[in-house]
Structure formats: structure tokens, C-alpha cells
Ligand binder design. Sequence first.
Ligand code: MF3
Ligand code: CO
Ligand code: CO
Length: 270
Amino acid sequence: MKNELRGRVTKDGIRIYETDDFAGMHVAGALTARILDDIADHVFVGQTTEAIDAEIERMVNEAGAASATIGYKGYKHASCISVNHVVCHGIPGSKSLKNGDILNIDVTVIVDGWYGDSSRMYVAGKLSRKAERLIEVTHDSLMLGIEQVRPGNTFGDIGNAIQGYVEAQRMSVVRDFCGHGLGRVFHAPPNVLHYGRPGTGAVLEEGMFFTIEPMVNLGRPETKTLSDDWTAVTRDKSLSAQFEHSVGVTADGVDIFTLSPGNKFHPTYG
Ligand code: MF3
Ligand code: CO
Ligand code: CO
């Protein structure tokens, strides 16, 4: 049977991939992660986000891969770069980074038809204490969500783990954006919510591939989208952070496709 016809779809519309398909996701995820490792040297005070994006596009091309975001719904760049109070989908531009700016860089590549989608936080210059805490909590909330990934658990278990931790730290989880199924497509069912109640939502099964990508605000959770139709910002102008991994459900747990080869996923604070 042709590869793209294999597998099945659950009653919730979630594709179940085959054991062999994990290998394709690992190749795509590893490239995404390597690019996110290597881009760290290009983040510094005075640098523009369009220069960072140009470097990412160059790395994608050099690897013989394709950018999933260039041409996606009219988007024109190889990354989203979301600075300070930008929640997600920040468009790379000519503004220079200032000392203490925090930024999320989100890259999605396509390798042999498989999608690798990941994002992390970076800092230009010296990190403030409150930004450091926000980044730490956001990172840890993603990892707590990933710990819930195993057959028999539900998507509500993932969302609840993230929300419970974030709110206990007196920060807030963004509701307006979510994670998503992916694999041979960029965005597929389910919507992976970063909040919820235990035991609710679709049940996880071996062979599901999806992202978990919590956005956490220091202030209130509400966002608004700017007139460019992409840039989402916090309504109250508070700082926002995000981390994203692409994962697969295995027989007894989780396989993270976008692990950092240089162990640089969690920001090192100098
Ligand atoms: N990579 C983003 C995600 O995590 C999607 C970016 S779409 C773009 O789903 F068009 F804004 F690049
Ligand atoms: Co994503
Ligand atoms: Co992404």
C-alpha cells in the first residue's frame, strides 16, 4: 500500500501513524532542533529579527530541506520571532534587539514530507529576574505536559498539568492558541489545549504525533492580533514566553522528536 494511505484515523479525527513513521519525524525534528541550537549565536543586542530569520532560511536550504512557514497562508518567512509581549507569530523585521529582550524563535521544516515544529526562548544581553522566571516556568510547564503523554491518558491530562503548574506560579496560560497534530501535514487534529480538566478530551493512542507549545503570560491571558493579521500580543502588554516540542505517543510513553542535540533547549543563563 502507498505510504500516505497507511494508518488510520480515530473517531476524533486524529491520525494514527505506523512504527516506521517515527523515523521520518525524528529526521525532521532533529533538523529543526539543530537549527534552533545553531541560531543561538545569532541572537545579540543590536541584531535584527530579519537577520536571524535570513540565517534560519539559509540553514534550512543548506540542509536540503523546505521551510513549512514560507508560503503558509501567505506567511513569507522561515521563522516566527516573538519579542517580549508578542505571544506568537511575530514577523521578522528591521527592529534591533535591545538589552534584556526575550524572544521566542519558532521554526518548522519539512524533510521528505515530514514536519518538524519546535520553538524556544532566547535572550539578547542580560536577562531580568522576572523574565528568567517566566521562561523557567514556561519551559517546565511544557515538560510537565510531556510527562502526561502515554497511551490511555487524555489531552485534558496534558492541558491540566500545564495549567495547574503555571497558575500555581501566578502566571497565566494563553487560551487563544494551541498545539496541533502534525506528521505529513503542518496542522491537523487535534487542537492540543494548554489548559483543561483531567480525564477529558480525546484519549492518547500509540502512533499519534502532535505538538505541545504552551504560551505563558506574566499578566492576563488575553491576546489581540495586530493589523498585520499575524502578530499576537498580550492585551495587557505583559511579557509572554513559549516553548514547543513535536512528540509522538509510543507503546509506553512519549518520543520527543525535537530534542536539542547540544542540550540547549532550556536556556542557559550565562
Ligand atoms: N510554527 C507555528 C506553530 O507552532 C506556526 C507558524 S505558522 C506561520 O504552529 F505562518 F505563522 F509561520
Ligand atoms: Co506548532
Ligand atoms: Co511552531
